[in-house]
Design a protein around this ligand. Structure first.
Ligand SMILES: Nc1ncnc2c1ncn2[C@@H]1O[C@H](COP(=O)(O)OP(=O)(O)O)[C@@H](O)[C@H]1O
Ligand SMILES: [Mg+2]
Length: 229
């Protein structure tokens, strides 16, 4: 068995009387993990906790070795400037020098097929192009862990396929992937392992082939029946 790159222990997030994340414990050891579960299960919250955007009310995240991370959201957040400047922004924050920064940002845009749109205002690009800028911005940082929350949920099928291809390219370059998606085909194509959650709890953690053919729990079986076209 592989060593875990993250060990989650007793993680909880409570807002008022609601347990959004409820005593989650699990090792994450797979290279490509997809979190599945019904709407409101707590998938986005779990990813935000892991990325450090939210603080847990209980439990802990154990990183055997700290991993550099980047996160991509369902709706890309574009600064009111060019696509290139959007990609350079994250690099500048990490203190890279202006010329090197621009070179790396241009390379990242080229990798997502957008070099020709570098000087366009990012907010005027299509939804699919904006998501590719967001992926370039993440990729430029060369993260060891890329977290993606429903990255194709707002996109048409063609843009969705392009974005999926880029995620696979980033994975092939060596990044660990932790993502959520509503697209079960995409989960199947990307994941090594599925983490299935419901009502803030881990229901099962299963290798991808087994999850889709022989889920261990009735809850996952029902979910697959309801979600399958
Ligand atoms: N800041 C918050 N305060 C109160 N409830 C929240 C907050 N954030 C999320 N929730 C609730 O927590 C649950 C899980 O949300 P979320 O993580 O977005 O689920 P998913 O991504 O699986 O659809 C939902 O019921 C949601 O309404
Ligand atoms: Mg969500």
């Amino acid at each position: 068995m592989r060593a875990a790159w993250l060990t989650i222990e007793g993680l909880g997030l409570t807002e008022g009387n609601t347990r959004i994340i409820d005593d989650v414990s699990l090792p994450l050891a797979a290279q490509h993990t997809v979190v599945l579960g019904p709407n409101g299960a707590g998938k986005s919250t779990l990813l935000r906790l892991i990325h450090g955007l939210l603080h847990p009310t209980s439990g802990s995240l154990g990183w055997p070795q700290p991993l550099s991370q980047a996160m991509v959201f369902q709706r890309p957040i574009m600064l009111r400037t060019t696509a290139l400047a959007n990609v350079m922004y994250g690099l500048k924050l990490r203190g890279c020098a202006a010329t090197e920064c621009e070179m790396r940002a241009r390379q990242a845009l080229a990798r997502v097929g957008l070099e020709a749109l570098a000087t366009r205002p990012a907010r005027l690009l299509s939804g699919g192009e904006q998501q590719r800028v967001a992926l370039a911005r993440a990729w430029a940082l060369e993260p060891e862990l890329l977290i993606l929350d429903e990255p194709t949920a707002s996109l048409d099928p063609a843009s969705s396929r392009e974005v999926e291809r880029i995620i696979k390219d980033i994975a092939a370059a060596g990044a660990r992937i932790l993502m959520t998606t509503h697209n079960l085909g995409q989960a199947r194509r990307i994941a090594d392992e599925i983490v299935f959650i419901d009502r803030g709890r881990i229901v099962e953690q299963t290798p991808v082939g087994q999850f889709f053919t022989q889920p261990q729990t009735d809850a996952a079986q029902r979910f697959l029946q309801e979600e399958s076209p």
